[in-house]
Design a protein around this ligand. Structure first.
Ligand code: FPP
Length: 220
């Protein structure tokens, strides 16, 4: 199955504790590691897509954007070991051409080093926006002179696989321009837990609940 998560609430988690927002992102990274290794060990999960930086996140203060970029670079550097030990393939969706050349290089080398891993594909959505992705996909269809059909548009998306389960943390009931095409028939779960407090135990509970839901895909 394809699990997608909107990791929200880092800032509020930090604020509640009187910390700067950046501290929430740091704790958020630890949760990314826990959830990713849990998913790698769960044979039912093939793809885990995480919303790490949206096309709208550039609107945040420059210092926070800079911090997130540095955090991502450090995360990839540090986690290569985790990817290899747990047989995880690393992929990216979104337009990374706006990132610094050194960060782009780090992303490409991490992808290259993990490309044959099989237990899980962890996908980070980076400078990602679903409307941007769909627009780029339609442009590709037109450029290749393919027929404009749902199948051809889907094939040309950064993420061509449909989502089975979408989780958003922190109590917000929004999709925020994340995988709009791919969630057409996804089951949705919203939890009040802030991302830095999210655990593999809670994910396990949600997965059990997900299995109980009857998915009819428009049929009866
Ligand atoms: C939402 O919290 C989180 C983000 C905008 C970024 C997600 C980033 C991480 C979990 C850490 C970086 C990840 C990697 C893989 C390096 P928010 O800041 O919107 O929180 P708020 O809504 O409470 O303000």
């Amino acid at each position: 199955m394809h699990l997608a998560i909107i990791m929200d609430g880092n800032g509020r988690w930090a604020k509640q504790r009187g910390f700067p927002r950046t501290k929430g992102h740091q704790k958020g990274v630890e949760v990314v590691r826990e959830i990713t290794t849990y998913c790698a060990k769960n044979p039912e999960i093939e793809i885990l897509t995480l919303y790490a930086f949206s096309t709208e996140n550039w609107k945040r203060p420059k210092s926070e954007v800079k911090f997130l970029m540095k955090l991502l670079d450090k995360y990839l550097q540090k986690e290569l070991k985790t990817y290899i030990q747990n047989d995880i393939k690393f992929e990216v969706i979104g337009d990374i051409s706006k990132f610094s050349p050194s960060l782009q290089k780090r992303i490409l080398t991490t992808k290259e080093a993990t490309k044959n891993n099989k237990s899980l594909t962890q996908v980070l959505a980076l400078n990602y926006g679903s409307k941007d992705e769909i627009t780029r996909a339609v442009k590709k269809v037109v450029q290749k002179k393919e027929k404009i059909t749902p199948e051809n548009i889907q094939k040309n998306l950064d993420m061509p696989k449909d989502v089975d389960l979408l989780i958003r943390t922190s109590g917000e009931m929004r999709v925020s321009n994340f995988l709009l095409w791919q969630i057409a028939y996804a089951e949705m779960f919203f939890t009040k837990t802030l991302w830095p407090d999210f655990t593999s135990e809670e994910l396990d509970k949600i997965l059990k609940e997900f299995k109980k839901r009857e998915r009819r895909f428009g049929g009866i």
